[in-house]
Unconditional design. Structure first.
Length: 57
């Protein structure tokens, strides 16, 4: 999965909220990447995954 952009917001209790924007990715590859992230001890939770589709450059 190729990451196009990362946005970070600070929050309470020494935590951070990350928003990852990817380049075009196959659903299976995205699900595999999410499984890896969920398995990391540093990741508390993944709240949302939003798919945007449109014109691809």
């Amino acid at each position: 999965v190729s990451i196009a952009q990362v946005l970070q917001k600070t929050s309470q209790h020494d935590r951070a909220e990350l928003i990852l924007i990817t380049h075009l990715v196959k659903e299976k590859d995205m699900q595999d990447a999410l499984a890896v992230l969920n398995g990391m001890s540093i990741v508390d939770e993944i709240n949302n995954v939003v798919r945007l589709e449109g014109n691809h450059r």
